[in-house]
Design a protein around this ligand. Structure first.
Ligand SMILES: [Mg+2]
Length: 359
C-alpha cells in the first residue's frame, strides 16, 4: 500500500501578493490583467466569496465584484517561492511530481526520515512551508494520487484531510462527479445527462460501456471508483518539448522542397499539439545533412503558438536563413519547446492543469 500526499498552496499567486503588500490583506484581489480582455490568473479567498474564479474574464470578475483589486503578477517571486516549497518536498522524498508551480504529489511510502505516518509528514511539510514562506498550504493524504488530490481540496484553505483505505469506498461512493479530478465541465454535463451524479453511479456502469462513451477517461474512471489508481508519482513528468521529424527517401537540397517538407511536418505537429492541448513559444528546426552533420536553429516568440500556419511561418523564417543549403539533407525535424504546460510558463494560464493522466 502506497502513501501519497498531494500538497497545494492556498490561492497561491494572490496569497503571495497579500503577503508582500499588507494593504491587500483581507481584500478581494486577483492577479491578472485588469484590461477589458484580461483573464483572472488567481483570486484571493475574499474575491472567491463573490464568485470570482481563475480563468474568468477580468470584465466579468469586475462585474460581480466591483471593489475587486487587480494586481500585476510578479512571476519571479512566485517562482522563487515555488522552488522553496519544492525543496522542502524533496527533503522528504525524491518522488516529487509537480503539477504546477504550487502543487505536487509526493510518494512518501519510502522517505528520507523513515517516518511511518504520511499524515505526520504532511503536517511537518505544511509547517515548514509556513515557516519559510509565511504562506499556507493544504494537504491530502491517501494511498493513491487520485484520492490524495481530492482530499487536499476537502479542508482548504490551510487544512488537510486523510482518506484511509477503510474509508475510500464510502468516500468515492458519495463523491460528486465534478469533484473528480480529470472530469471537466463538459464530461460532467454528459455524465449528469446519463443520470450519473456520484461515484457510486459510475461504479454501476460496466467497463466496456464507460470506454465506449468516454474512451480513456472512461477506463480511468472505472478503475478509480474502485480505489484502483495505479498512477505512479513520476518526478519528471513534465514534458519539455514535442516534435516530429521525417527521414527522407531521397536527399533534398532545393529550397522549395525543404519548405514543403517543413510545411507537412507543421501539419503533423499541429495535430499532436492539439490532442495534448499544448502550445509553445520556441520552435526548433533540425536539419541532418547527407554526411550526418546536423544543425538546429531556434526562434522564440513572445506568445504561445501551435497552429500549423504559425509553425509554418516561423519555420520558414528559420530555414530561409540557411538557404541555399550547403549540401543535401536526409532528415528534417520540427520541435516546439517552452511549453505552456511547464510550471514556469503558467503565468497567464490561470488554472491551467496538466492533464491527468495524459488523456
Ligand atoms: Mg493552489
Amino acid at each position: 500500500m502506497k502513501k501519497i500526499i498531494h500538497i497545494d498552496m492556498d490561492a497561491f499567486f494572490a496569497s503571495v501578493e497579500q503577503r508582500d503588500n499588507p494593504e491587500l490583506k483581507g481584500k478581494p484581489i486577483v492577479v491578472g490583467g485588469s484590461s477589458e480582455r484580461g483573464v483572472v490568473a488567481a483570486a484571493s479567498y475574499e474575491a472567491r466569496k463573490f464568485g470570482v474564479r481563475s480563468a474568468m474574464s477580468s470584465f466579468k470578475a469586475k462585474q460581480i465584484c466591483p471593489q475587486l483589486i487587480f494586481v500585476k503578477h510578479r512571476f519571479d517571486v512566485y517562482k522563487k517561492v515555488s522552488s522553496q516549497i519544492m525543496e522542502i518536498f524533496k527533503s522528504y522524498t525524491d518522488l516529487v511530481e509537480p503539477l504546477s508551480l504550487d502543487e505536487a504529489y509526493l510518494d512518501v511510502t519510502e522517505n528520507n526520515f523513515g517516518m511511518k505516518s504520511a499524515t505526520l509528514i504532511a503536517q511537518e511539510i505544511r509547517a515548514k512551508i509556513f515557516e519559510k514562506t509565511q504562506l499556507t498550504a493544504s494537504a491530502g493524504i491517501s494511498f493513491n494520487k487520485f484520492l490524495a488530490k481530492v482530499a487536499s481540496d476537502l479542508n482548504k484553505p490551510n487544512g488537510y484531510a486523510v482518506i484511509t483505505p477503510a474509508q475510500a469506498d464510502q468516500f468515492i461512493d458519495d463523491l460528486e462527479i465534478d469533484k473528480f479530478y480529470g472530469i471537466g465541465k463538459k464530461t460532467s454535463e454528459k455524465l449528469r445527462k446519463e443520470g450519473i451524479f456520484f461515484g457510486k453511479d459510475i461504479k454501476k456502469i460496466e467497463l466496456y460501456k464507460l470506454e465506449k462513451k468516454f474512451g480513456k477517461l472512461g477506463v480511468h474512471l472505472y478503475h478509480i471508483v474502485r480505489g484502483n489508481d495505479q498512477g505512479e508519482v513520476k518526478p519528471n513528468r513534465i514534458r519539455k518539448s514535442i516534435g516530429c521529424e521525417t527521414t527522407l527517401n531521397q536527399n533534398v537540397i532545393e529550397n522549395q522542397k525543404v519548405i514543403e517538407l517543413s510545411n507537412q511536418l507543421a501539419i503533423e505537429l499541429e495535430n499532436r499539439l492539439k490532442t495534448k492541448n499544448i502550445k509553445g513559444k520556441t520552435l526548433t528546426v533540425k536539419l541532418k545533412f547527407e554526411d550526418f552533420e546536423q544543425i538546429t536553429r531556434s526562434n522564440t516568440v513572445n506568445f504561445f503558438f501551435g497552429k500549423q500556419n504559425e509553425i509554418k511561418e516561423i519555420a520558414k523564417v528559420l530555414l530561409m536563413e540557411e538557404f541555399p543549403l550547403p549540401k543535401p539533407i536526409r532528415l528534417i525535424g520540427l520541435q516546439i519547446s517552452n511549453l505552456n504546460t511547464e510550471p514556469e510558463n503558467q503565468k497567464f494560464e490561470g488554472q491551467l492543469k496538466i492533464p491527468y493522466p495524459n488523456f
